[in-house]
Design a binder for this molecule. Sequence first.
Ligand code: SF4
Length: 459
Amino acid sequence: MELETLAPRVSLYSASQPEKGNRSPDHRALRNDEFWKSLPGYAGINSDEFQTHIFQTRNSVTNVRQLRDTLKDRVPESFYEDVVEGIKHAPMALRISPYLLGLIDWDEPYLDPIRTQFLPVASQQLPNHPELRLDSLHEQKDSPVPGLIHRYPDKALFLPIDSCPVYCRFCTRSYAIGSDTDTVEKLKLSARAQRWDNTFTYIASRPELEDIVISGGDTYNLKPEHIQMIGERLLRMPNIRRIRYATKGLAVLPQKIITDHAWLDALTRVVELGRQMHKDVVVHTHFNHPNEITTVTERAMGKMTERGITVRCQTVLQRGVNDNSETMQLLVRRLSYINIHPYYVYFHDMVPGVEDLRTSLEAGLNIEKHVRGHTAGFNTPSFVVDTMGGGGKRDAHSFEHYDRETGIAVYTSPSVKPGVKFLYFDPLSTLDKTQQVRWQIPDERRLMIDTALNSTGGW
Ligand code: SF4
């Protein structure tokens, strides 16, 4: 495979030279140094080697032994012990790219937003909210065939693969993605031709379906021939008008877009076929913090832009990562600057093992207030709650009821599941002590939930 050299470029703006006179000067200050060389394990790796998808994939860290080999004495022994304990309660296996490891501030690992998303530490974990569930969105209930979720009338989510280039601690699909952990035995959705055939048969049999999201797992882990085959089969169905490939890759391993020519060419062929057929083929990605965007991301997005590939971003709102207006404004401006459209900000799903990452609904609504109006409307994300129990995404403001004392919000979803009420719960740690005690008493808990449900009127 031909590899393009990725020597660091001289950037117009550097982190130490913010543009003067700009209201938000930092959004153009993309990191452009050899940041990975401060880690003992990567100190001797030059840019040509580090900045390739092959190096990144082969050297991804999947256990604490490899983490030690990479970081050595950059962190104290107590940090490794904290990670070992954290993994015991984590719903997701460990997998992090050298690129992400290099971007973490190892002088302050407990505060770093990238460490927070990918390496669990027991000292920060919190007890699960009593109402959260492993498959909190009820995806398996809405799956007519394994690995296809059909919830919205004209849209379905196809999960052809159950692996990813990295594993996020907070994955909504922790019931299926990655290998088993101490706390979760995964549903297996590996890449199998028979399962895919069953999915294509179902999609073709449902004329109301026009829009297919190909996700997983992560489409970065599909072979180029599978990217092309899946795209072509879907585009050739008369009912299908839009497809979206979902990948976190641009945020965690952007090198692949630049050096894996076969993968990008396969994606480009599907995009071009879609264009010829007057159908829409785009990529959806997932950045959560401005530090995830470097000049390597900018170069990868340059390739996508040259090929006319639209990229949209779905961000997750997370405590200690992006739960303040300044960080979210910077993320939105930085994404827009490299031609990624900020599309959604999701309130954190209610999945086990990551209660430390959730925010209250009120906190997120306040951030939204500051993001809206900060830049152009088409680059302003909608803040949404993906409701527990399968009601689908709701505008976060559209609750029928929200009690800030008990932390209970009630939503309805007339187009998806008419007549049903859906709940969202603030983390207990954001409530006052009296309310926290009430949540520990089963009868009180039931009373609070029933009161919230009964307080919503004509829905
Ligand atoms: S990349 Fe997406 S599917 Fe994979 S672990 Fe992260 S959130 Fe889950």
